[in-house]
Design a binder for this molecule. Structure first.
Ligand SMILES: [Zn+2]
Length: 293
């Protein structure tokens, strides 16, 4: 599943490829991929003719601003506006974008296709079909409409994500720290891979009780999560997911994983065999010596 670094890689790819991309035609191959009200007919009607602007990332959500002069019928008024609203995307398990400069046949897992004037195509392909897209009207903000965005915790890179914030939020919590780090309402964008890698880097067992961690341990977790995410972003995401960027390439963090998917292999620090166990329903990896319980 794409996590924060992979989604950030996709964001950069989209911004790069879609600079001044004006949407001439849209084909929705799977109705359910459109999550915004009005379904595909509203999505197509409102996005056609729009120029794609800047791409943002919030947690694992991708958000583009849409521009262009067009009469926009909103819930409250009809206006001639520069804004065409927002285009939001969540890749979920297997959603990914492909860039096709030349016309090519679409595979059976193609969900939505976008073309510009030159016939270049941005294609959204999703095997497992959990990926979602929204069109949000210009008089709303995406976080006012999309529930998952509304409840999202702070970005790991923001100043609000720090040890005292974690201390406050985890007070009295008996669940494991691994389980807490996967909670998107606590911190946005971390998933299984980066939770395991950052807990190794912090020297803290994934099984430790969240509410009993000391502030200095929480500071280590914050710093480690940020460090691990930054390294992975620099390398374009991980290899061990099915992740592909727009150009069909995957990242190379996989070769450098300290614990993730390294069960029974020697710890890169102390040589102890890496353990794996299900914690909070997710396969978790750790070194029992470097991360004592
Ligand atoms: Zn170790």
């Amino acid at each position: 599943m794409p996590e924060l670094p992979e989604v950030e890689t996709v964001r950069k790819g989209l911004e790069n490829r879609l600079a001044s991309f004006r949407i001439k035609r849209i084909e929705v191959c799977r109705e359910k991929t459109i999550a915004s009200s009005g379904g595909s007919s509203e999505f197509i009607k409102m996005m056609k003719g729009a120029e794609v602007g800047k791409w943002y990332r919030r947690g694992k959500y991708l958000i583009a601003s849409l521009h262009g002069q067009k009469h926009i019928q909103t819930s409250t008024s009809t206006q001639t506006s520069q804004s065409h609203g927002w285009w939001c995307v969540h890749l979920r398990m297997t959603g990914h974008f492909q860039w096709h400069k030349l016309a090519s046949p679409a595979c059976p897992h193609t969900r939505i296709r976008f073309w510009n004037q030159k016939g270049e195509e941005l294609r959204f392909v999703d095997t497992r079909s959990f990926g979602q897209m929204w069109w949000i009207a210009p008089d709303n903000l995406p976080e006012e409409i999309i529930k998952g965005l509304k409840t999202l915790g702070p970005e790991p890179f923001s100043s609000t994500f720090n040890a005292s914030y974690l201390k406050e939020r985890l007070k009295g919590k008996t669940r494991s720290i691994k389980s807490s780090l996967l909670d998107q309402t606590l911190v946005a964008g971390a998933g299984n891979i980066y939770a395991d890698e950052s807990l190794f880097s912090a020297g803290i067992s994934p099984k430790r009780e969240s509410g009993k961690l000391k502030e200095e341990e929480l500071a280590l977790i914050c710093n480690s999560l940020v460090k691990v995410l930054k390294i992975s972003i620099g390398k374009g995401g991980t290899t061990f997911s099915d992740f592909r960027d727009l150009e069909g390439l995957n990242g190379n963090y996989g070769g450098q994983a300290w614990v993730y998917r390294r069960v029974n292999q020697p710890c890169r620090v102390c040589g102890t065999k890496i353990k794996r166990e299900k914690i909070a329903g997710r396969s978790s990896h750790w070194c029992p010596k470097c991360q004592p319980e």
